[in-house]
Design a protein around this ligand. Structure first.
Ligand code: HEM
Length: 400
């Protein structure tokens, strides 16, 4: 049995390195390695279950944000109050009412709305030489859908969208002081917007998501309005950058695999689910998430000691040679996808927005395949990052 001091150290990682090849080279050396940021990183699919079991690990709470020197203000409060950074009964109390109200049925009902909005953007952009897909399409859909669910008026959209993509940076580590000032300024404005919505619906409840959430959270879970605010903000932040990136990377992958794209264009409704499954496996928006060991954990011969932080690298797990046949081949027809998709995590913190994300991704891609089958990828994106939400630089297309 080895200790973590005997693990290989990942070196030579920079923007020019292909993440997948880099991780493969360390998977060959063992199931765990010390990541470029200095923490044990679990690389195999088989590691995921043990590391997301609440009896063996816990979610990081405020320790990572404190380490960055942030101990007050809205970014700190997000880490202090969001379900994502909570454990045990407090996590259940914060997540419970959102799970009940942000239900599958509501999300399925959004499909027609997503398809309509996607068709509008495609039609408007047709004939344009070169469309900024990241900004005009992929950035618009997640922000618009969450705004619809919250019941924001359309006129508020441009401002809301700007605030959302600024504040999403609070989930990422490594912002500098100037960025922190900017994020906090926009965060304060976003909080004011959410508080306005909550107070309005509390005073005049209707048959909408926010009204139902308030009743459920207060009556069944005894959650204060202040606490509900942070869960709504988690939804807003959790569902924007992630889906934006997945829209870009999956479309780019499909357009770069002509035969698969043509098959999809012939049968968009039949294949949309498979396209999204494979897109999320091949280039997922979240590379890894962190946990802390509550006991000594045996990871195939390596003992992770109690109290050790660990990064669960789903990016690596979804190219694991022990699970997927030809994992470096993009294949929408593959039959070895696990029943639950690791891109959305697993265990108590499994993504709460999976149904919405799938509705957005499937309907957008199917709409493009239907209306613009001759779409050309004019500038392919570069997706990078081993920690948390990954970075995307740009993506441009010509809709035909
Ligand atoms: C393709 C898009 C998405 C991906 C890949 C994704 C992935 C994930 C992952 C991996 C986690 C677990 C993190 C952990 O265990 O530490 C998570 C949690 C979460 N996601 Fe998503 N997500 C996506 C879209 C969405 C959307 C659309 C929403 C809502 C609008 C959303 C809301 C959340 C929330 C609230 C959590 C926290 C759950 C908890 O802590 O109990 N996500 N997501």
């Amino acid at each position: 049995m080895n200790g973590i001091d005997q693990l290989s150290r990942m070196t030579g990682y920079d923007e020019s390195v292909d993440d997948h090849e880099f991780l493969r080279s360390y998977r060959r050396l063992g199931s765990v390695a010390i990541s470029p940021t200095g923490f044990p990183m679990a690389l195999r699919f088989s590691n995921i279950a043990a590391l997301t079991d609440p009896t063996t690990t816990r979610q990081l709470e405020t320790e990572s944000i404190r380490k960055q020197g942030v101990t007050t203000g809205p970014i700190f409060e997000l880490h202090n109050r969001s379900m994502l950074f909570s454990n045990g009964p407090l996590h259940k109390k914060r997540r419970g009412p959102v799970t009940r109200t942000f239900a599958f049925k509501l999300m399925e009902g959004m499909r027609a709305e997503v398809a309509k909005l996607a068709a509008e953007i495609v039609t408007e952009a047709e004939g344009q030489e070169d469309l900024d897909f990241l900004e005009v399409f992929a950035g618009e859909i997640p922000a618009r859908m969450i705004a619809e669910i919250l019941g924001l008026p359309k006129s508020e959209m441009p401002r809301f969208r700007k605030l959302v993509y600024s504040v999403t940076r609070a989930f990422k580590m490594g912002f500098d002081q100037a960025q922190q000032v900017e994020i906090e300024r926009d965060f304060t404005a976003l909080i004011a917007e959410v508080d306005r919505l909550l107070n309005e619906r509390k005073g005049h409840p209707g048959d909408d998501f926010i009204s139902r959430l308030i009743v459920d959270a207060q009556d069944r879970f005894e959650l204060s309005l202040d606490d509900i605010r942070w869960q709504v903000i988690t939804l807003i932040i959790g569902g924007s950058d992630t889906t934006r990136l997945a829209l870009c990377s999956t479309l780019a992958l499909m357009l770069s695999h002509t035969e698969q794209w043509q098959a999809f264009c012939r049968n968009p409704d039949e294949l949309k689910m498979q396209v999204v499954q494979e897109g999320l496996r091949f280039e997922p928006p979240i590379a890894s998430f962190a946990r802390v060991a509550l006991t000594d954990i045996d990871l195939e011969g390596v003992v992770l000691p109690t109290g050790s932080p660990v990064s669960v690298c789903i990016l690596s797990a979804m190219r694991d040679e022990q699970v997927y046949d030809a994992p470096f081949t993009f294949d929408i027809h593959r039959t070895d996808q696990p029943r639950w998709h690791p891109a959305f995590g697993t265990g108590e913190h499994r993504c709460l927005g999976e149904a919405l994300a799938r509705a957005e991704l499937e309907e957008c891609l199917a709409t493009i395949a239907r209306l613009a089958p001759d779409t050309v990828l004019t500038n392919a994106p570069m997706v990078r990052g081993l920690n948390g939400i990954r970075r995307i630089d740009q993506m441009r297309v010509r809709f035909n």
